[in-house]
Ligand binder design. Structure first.
Ligand SMILES: *Cc1c(COP(=O)(O)O)cnc(C)c1O
Length: 377
């Protein structure tokens, strides 16, 4: 009977993904951008929400395209039946050209080697596949240098099997609200595109921005925008909340395993990093840093029990976290506990969690491990 044993989780800890909220966020953003195409960024397992269900919901809600960072994510989406264009937004190695062509993924090209590899593979498979040129206008992560781009196009633009459908860049400081730097990058991008056009190198689809540009800078939408985080209900920065209303898509809930009374002056958890000051009621929640619930939340973070905020106490372990439920009446094992989301009048947002550990919302959402069961509602 060994084959019947699996690692499938029966833990009460569940990430609830609200597909209706996701759909509404996508539709709102699509309406907000009016004429441009919307590429829904579903990288990193859809920021932790599950790439397959989210990818399909995005397309159903009106996203024109999808964006991922790995060839594997793109291949999974294709195999699950997505026919919309799927962009690989990161740099990939030439060895991945076979999969890029086989799955008809739209690669971001910034190296001659990759351009040649995809060209050769497309020719071999009798294909003509779309690619986008990535320009580096200041993020200095990857992309062709604007000074080198004419040269680049002289060697790569006419390679067999490639269709240069688009050109794009990514801003370094839009979320920080540094419009001066962002506008400089934008100007450099537009000037470079014009320079290329004059040499006969045309790219019909130009795109520059993620959620922040989608929400705040209609003047930079061009032919396409690439929101990610906003689809999942979070504005990259709070100043955007007045512009468009979004609804968080993920809720994380669990159940109290044990509730115990611990005497005063007693150390609790690994290393005794928390010591009770009076007689206290301590409960165990079955989640830990092995689930992606950051250890940095030890003695800092909060959860919701019976509609009240309670503190995490002691050091978070791989699988378990302790909370102080002293003073909350009628509490017992089996009671619901909310780690992310609303309960009664209180709410813990991914931004709260990010603030507690000096991180960002994307990291909080995307770090939730696969072993935490996702439930789609
Ligand atoms: C991640 C990413 C996005 C989406 O960014 P958000 O700020 O989450 O909207 C857009 N474009 C590129 C190239 C990305 O890597």
């Amino acid at each position: 009977m060994l084959h019947s044993v699996s690692l499938e989780s029966h833990s009460p800890t569940v990430a609830e993904v609200d597909l209706t909220a996701f759909k509404e966020n996508t539709q709102k953003l699509k309406k907000h951008v009016e004429k441009s195409m919307l590429l829904a960024v579903v990288k990193t397992n859809a920021y932790g929400h599950g790439i397959i269900p989210i990818g399909h919901e995005a397309v159903n809600a009106g996203a024109d395209r999808l964006g991922v960072t790995t060839v594997e994510e793109g291949a999974m989406l294709r195999e699950s039946g997505i026919s919309a264009p799927i962009h690989i937004l990161s740099s990939v190695i030439p060895e991945q050209a076979v999969d890029i062509v086989s799955y008809r993924l739209t690669a971001s090209i910034s190296s001659r080697k990759l351009a040649r590899a995809i060209s050769e593979e497309a020719t071999k498979q009798g294909q003509h596949i779309p690619v986008h040129l990535k320009l580096d206008t200041g993020l200095h992560r990857f992309g062709v240098d604007p000074h080198d781009v004419v040269d680049f196009c002289n060697t790569c633009y006419h390679l067999q099997g490639l269709y240069w459908e688009g050109i794009y860049t990514h801003f370094s400081s839009a979320d920080e609200g540094d419009w001066q730097l962002t506008e400089q990058q934008y100007t450099l991008f537009m000037e470079t595109v014009i320079k290329l056009n004059k040499q006969g190198f045309n790219f019909p689809v130009r795109h520059v921005g993620g959620s922040t540009i989608t929400i705040e800078r209609k003047d930079m939408h061009l032919e396409m925008v690439r929101p990610g985080l906003a689809l999942f209900g979070y504005h990259p920065v709070q100043r955007q909340q007045g512009i468009i209303k979004l609804k968080p898509v993920m809720k994380i809930k669990s159940q109290l395993l044990h509730v115990r009374e611990i005497p005063a002056n007693t150390p609790v958890g690994y290393g005794g990093s928390y010591v009770t000051s009076t007689k206290e009621k301590i409960a165990i929640v079955p989640i830990g840093h092995g689930d992606g619930y950051q250890r940095l939340l030890s003695n800092k973070g909060e959860m919701l029990v019976k509609g009240k905020r309670v503190k995490i106490v002691g050091t978070i372990s791989l699988d378990q976290t302790l909370i102080n439920v002293t003073g909350i009446p009628d509490i017992s094992s089996g009671d619901e506990v909310i780690l992310l989301g609303r309960q009664g009048d209180e709410e813990i947002s991914a931004r709260d969690i990010a603030n507690w550990i000096h991180s960002v919302v994307d990291e909080v959402l995307a770090s939730l491990m696969e072993r935490v069961r996702r439930e789609y509602v």
